[in-house]
Design a protein around this ligand. Sequence first.
Ligand code: TRP
Ligand code: ZN
Length: 869
Amino acid sequence: MNIAANPAVEAADQTVYLKDYKKPTFLVDSVHLDIQVFQDHTIVDSILNVKRQTEGDFVLLGRDLELKEIKVNDVVLTSDQYQLDTEQLTLTNVPDIAVITTRVIIHPEKNTMLEGLYQAGNLFVTQNEPEGFRKITFYPDRPDVLSVFTTRVEADKKYPVLLANGNLLETGEVNASRHYAIWEDPTKKPSYLFACVIGDLAVLKDRYVTSEGRDVALEIYAIEKDIPKCKIAMEALKHSMRWDEEHYGRPYDLDNYMIVAVSQFNMGAMENKGLNIFNTSCVLADEEYTTDAAIMRVQSVIAHEYFHNWTGNRITCRDWFQLCLKEGLTVFRDQSFSEDLQSAAVQRIDDVSILKSHQFPEDAGPLSHPPRPDHFVEINNFYTATVYEKGAEINRMMATLLGKEKYRQGTDEYFKRHDGQAVTVEDWISALSAGSGVDLSAFLRWYNQPGTPKLQVTHKYDAVNQSYTLVFKQSLRKNDKYPELKPLPIPVALALFNKDSGEQFTLDADDLVENQVKDGVYLLNSEEATVTFKNITTEPVVSLLRNFSAPVNLDFDYTDDALAFLIEHETNGFNQWQATQTLLERILLEDHVAQPYIDALKNTLPNIVKKDPLLASRLLDVPSEGYLASRIDENYKPDVIQEKRNALLNAFAKALSSFFKETYLSLDPKLQSEFSQAMGERALKNIMLSYMARQGDEAVFELAKQQFDTTSNMSERLGALKVLVWNDAPQAKEALEKFYTRFKDEPLALDQWFMLQAAHPNATQETIQYLTSHPDYDLGTPNRIRAVSGGLNNNPVNAWSYGVAHFIELAQYLDEKNPIVGSRLLQVLSRWYTLAEPKRTEVKEELTKLKETVKSKNVVETLNSMLSV
Ligand code: TRP
Ligand code: ZN
């Protein structure tokens, strides 16, 4: 039977609350799936061996499934023996031990949401996290039901590759045109980790021997011509496997590990047990086709998904409110891994940049929520910067506080206690506390409370007593939904510098009042506190929150000179960069003069250029217009910010022009044998080239053209192309055409071509129109949509003018076709309420109108939150 939409169900309040958690009534000991793929439908047969755990009905979740038959212990049920609606199938009076058999028909060939089983070109793949499995078959589709899966996949022989989780048991022929494969996954897992893949793919193979001596077959599947682009991912995979053994004592547990690359995918990648599925953008890496930034990202996403094998899969989440248990911890792990791959300071800078430009604004606006929310309507809306990035910061704070050894004792205890279980954030904190011997329970507040704390610090130097006092005070913005906000434990890493010598004062524990600072980290664990340092012979310059030791907004009255001092003398690369950003923000938002910054750079850069060119390139970064906007809470005028920022960029270009030119010409990344060093030089060259080109200098355009024509490296090629296109150089048009002709069959490179044009500072509505009606534009491929929308969003002036209609139309279209992506894109407009009038009212009206036409839980929930300010 087919299920008609039921308006009563849609109208009901669909909010789910953490406090309502109940254990599942039935557990599933084993599952047998049989998936037969045909051109215009797929048949899914399922056999569940179930066992009662608590009293009550057995609820099997299912959506868009055509139920053909259901049996309990081999007896066919008639339609009056079960209840079925658009969301679930309910069985009453199921015996304590039972076998439930179902047959359903589904339509992957029509699935545009890219959730459940879907067809992407010549490939059938699954995406089941968080609630996609219920679109494949009726099942208690919740993460606290763990089971052993056996899967038979059957399809036409034109799809030679048939994959599912676990070990391959058997393959064979059904008839002349069809074949099958049977897979068995020995480890118990929740349904969201189930995966299968049916298609025509080539494979890159390797092996890895674990610390326990297990010989693991590694396979990366992609279309034939992309196989050479999988080598970097393969190396990163082996590196990750070793890293997790060395840093967390976690070896891999199966005999094979497979990764499949798909070009149509809603997010970055998915950690399905033993069978990861990746967006091509997160697995293909090759200097000729992808940028250095993309190569770094591939390595960290490979590590991220691999690390989930322990933090997520072996130990999973009890319910989806606990999402940041696996995501926050796994992001912290992949960030730590990446710090070993390149300049650790730059890795931290890049991670904090993302946190500050995405998570801080999210947490300051209508979409603010705790890392562990206590209610939601659509869980897909909670794969947020707060859950991932702030979640990672919470783990980092605890790790900083514990130090290497104790942190490891804590994680060892977690794995020992909970392997094979579905657990909560409380379980994690308890195990970490017990293992390390340090009570971390106060950190639970970080998981349960929303908002970025403000950390106010004041200081006083006492020359007579040679003492230096810091007063800390924390506060949280009021939040009606969470009225009882408590003070948070905030680790503050700090250093004191001698202004005259540039040296650090030693913070010898004996010099301190009551031993408050250990290893340069002070733990603020009350609303207010004071620390006094002794034997400070001259008034120091303090450097606070080194390495960004806590995700807070620091409010400290630095002088511009103190910041300039830190740019020159701070040995922590992160805080050196932070000083540039604080100074630049003041120049841009508070009209301070630019000279101290320029002088500090002139003194500092020449030394860093050779040592750490990537860090040098970051020190030249001026906060983006989008980031600056996130610092403005009312009466925001995009054009005013743009104008100020441009003026500043022009001033730098002038003040440093000869340094830029000399340095640009002196660097040759080709002479560097280390990738990270070459990447740094390329980044530095590109940023210098873009400064040099600001004056419209013909000779600089020629340099850019030369770089474009002679390189085979994508970062150099795109850097040069951007300079030509964004400055409307005479060579721009031809270069764009050349790029297109060369890469028209390379989707990831073509995404860059779309993005670069959409991100042109003077892109017009016609530019976007041209791009979205281009034959290569495709609303079925999220990467392509994100290329244009993301490019457009690079310029708030454009995004808040004709861009508003673009995002609203897109959300409206995707509301039906792909609500997960639609809802995310709409969030771009979430700071509408900060705009100056009349824009503010105009956008509000557009959003209010949109609300009347959309239906998906995803878009509706996002719109409701966005409009709730
Ligand atoms: N668990 C995945 C990760 O972070 C992300 C994820 C969640 C996802 N839902 C998804 C990926 C939907 C693709 C589609 O590693
Ligand atoms: Zn993840």
